[in-house]
Design a protein around this ligand. Structure first.
Ligand SMILES: Cc1cc2nc3c(=O)[nH]c(=O)nc-3n(C[C@H](O)[C@H](O)[C@H](O)COP(=O)(O)OP(=O)(O)OC[C@H]3O[C@@H](n4cnc5c(N)ncnc54)[C@H](O)[C@@H]3O)c2cc1C
Length: 467
């Protein structure tokens, strides 16, 4: 049996690294240790640097509209290193009938844009009088019911872009609980949003002008975030690598954690793991979890670089709704987004393939993936000559898919945490899937641990949709 810690953090991805950082900030003497299964920290956040090209194996960036993430950047000094691509300047496109249609970024511009007919626009406004749909509707069913079928390709693009998901499987209660709560409370999302604005105005809150956030990364790519957080830890002391945890058990008010490295004990444990990895460790807990696992969507990225003569349209990139029946899910114009992603005079873009709907495409070999991605890119983009660079990147993890039964899983998790002293749960897929969600949830788990309340109190957030 090894040394007893105050807190063991299981998982050294962004969630675990953030939890360790926050514990150190709020309680410098706290004896903590991260147990990480792999040989490096950072989980799915990984940057690929080769031949002067920088591309991402995992996330490409995060929006700068989350106070907890901004605070983390300030605390680590990373705020001075960030590179930002403001959404207001960087448009996105949806591929419709083989053409790239620019998606305006403000509600007024969206309403005025010739993306859908005036009849369909009036149908959107009839949402004000549309009764809430009962049960746990899928995103597709809910969008069609509330706003009409004309918005379906755009909703599809949004959930392909964020979850690599299938909006016929994701449920609105799981992916947008704040919006769903607004609908149920006010009978209409539009009415709910107007009421909130009106109440804020009446209570004297300064009117928030619609501010567009910026996509944020670092000059050398997203790995910088893990690298900076890992700098605060001494390997072999504060973080143990190649130390996958097999089981956890609580005995005599102490947690016993059995890992590849032996048995570790602590008063508290923070599970900073993707939902399915956490569920495996929580198997023996009472009451049992309502589900054994949730689905995941895996993707593969084909990175293509071109020399002068080829060009990218201005903006972030495009998404492809399923009805377009294309091979790829969408493409990020990486050299537009952040400086230094390609050698001088070159462009680079990253094309995403697979996702929830097409797992079979992940089985294709690299040469076939590259050939098919390139063929499709030539149909849509202005590309001349052969690529000067290509590579295929396969992420370390899948994206948790929040569908039917997920709200019940969260309720079970909340009750378990409340009833089990010293247990805290954060990580990929527990309340959202984005970097900002992870930072927020890890932050909250640490606050609960230090307050020894055991409950991770939070309010359901109303998230905005950005293309
Ligand atoms: C392909 C892809 C693209 C993405 N794009 C974006 C994006 O553009 N913007 C955005 O905001 N978010 C994006 N995300 C989501 C974002 O990357 C995640 O929210 C975040 O990185 C998850 O961090 P985590 O630490 O919770 O989980 P992980 O990164 O999965 O880390 C978990 C860690 O736990 C370790 N582990 C697992 N099991 C055990 C065990 N039994 N014992 C010990 N250790 C264990 C793993 O090795 C891993 O290091 C993307 C995710 C993926 C996969």
């Amino acid at each position: 049996m090894t040394e007893q810690f105050e807190t063991l953090i299981i998982g050294g991805g962004l969630s675990g690294l953030t939890a360790a950082h926050k514990l150190r900030i709020h309680s410098p003497e706290h004896r903590l240790c991260i147990l990480e299964k792999s040989a490096v920290a950072g989980g799915v956040i990984r940057t690929h640097r080769e031949n002067g090209y920088i591309s991402e194996i995992g996330p490409h960036g995060f929006l700068d509209n989350c106070p907890e993430s901004r605070q983390l950047l300030l605390e680590t000094g990373l705020d001075k290193e960030c590179v930002r691509a403001p959404l207001i300047n960087f448009v996105r496109y949806v591929c419709q009938n083989g053409r790239l249609c620019c998606i305006p970024q403000t509600p007024k511009k969206i309403l005025m844009a010739p993306l859908i007919s005036w009849r369909d626009k009036l149908r959107i406004l009839s949402e004000l009088w549309t009764k809430p749909i009962q049960g746990e509707p899928t995103v597709a069913k809910w969008v069609a019911h509330r706003f009409g079928p004309a918005l379906l390709p755009f909703a599809d693009a949004v959930f392909t872009g964020t979850y690599a998901g299938d909006y016929n499987e994701l449920t609105i209660d799981s992916v947008m609980p704040g919006i769903r709560a607004l609908e149920k409370e006010h009978g209409s999302v539009i009415r709910g949003l107007i009421t909130r604005m009106w109440r804020a105005k009446r209570s004297g809150q300064p009117s928030k002008k619609l501010q567009m956030p910026a996509m944020t990364s670092f000059p050398g790519g997203m790995s910088r975030l893990n690298e900076r957080l890992a700098e605060e830890l001494t390997p072999g002391v504060d973080i143990l690598f190649n130390c996958g945890v097999d089981s956890i058990a609580r005995r005599d008010a102490v947690w016993q954690v059995t890992s590849e490295g032996g048995i570790h004990t602590a008063r508290n444990i923070i599970l900073a793991l993707p939902v399915n990895a956490a569920l495996r460790l929580l198997q023996g807990m009472e009451p049992a979890s309502p589900v054994k696992a949730i689905p995941e969507a895996w993707i593969v990225t084909v990175v293509l670089g071109f020399a002068g003569g080829s060009s990218l349209p201005p903006g972030f990139g495009y998404l492809t709704p399923e009805q377009e029946a294309r091979f790829t899910l969408g493409t990020l114009f990486s050299s537009n987004m952040f400086p230094g992603r390609a050698p001088e005079g070159h462009i680079v873009f990253e094309t995403l393939i697979g996702g929830r709907r097409h797992p079979e495409r992940l089985e294709l070999d690299d040469a076939t993936l590259t050939r098919l991605a390139l063929q499709e890119a030539r149909e849509i983009l202005n590309l001349t000559g052969e690529p000067t660079y290509s590579t295929v990147l396969r992420p370390e993890g899948g994206i948790p898919q929040l569908g039917r039964g997920y709200p019940q899983l969260l309720a079970w998790r909340d009750k378990l945490v409340q009833d089990t002293p010293g247990l805290f749960i954060s990580g990929f897929g527990w309340e959202g899937i984005g970097i900002n969600d992870m930072i927020k949830t890890a932050d909250r788990a640490v606050a609960a641990l230090l307050n020894a309340s055991g409950t991770e109190e939070h309010q359901t957030e109303i998230k905005r949709v950005y293309f």
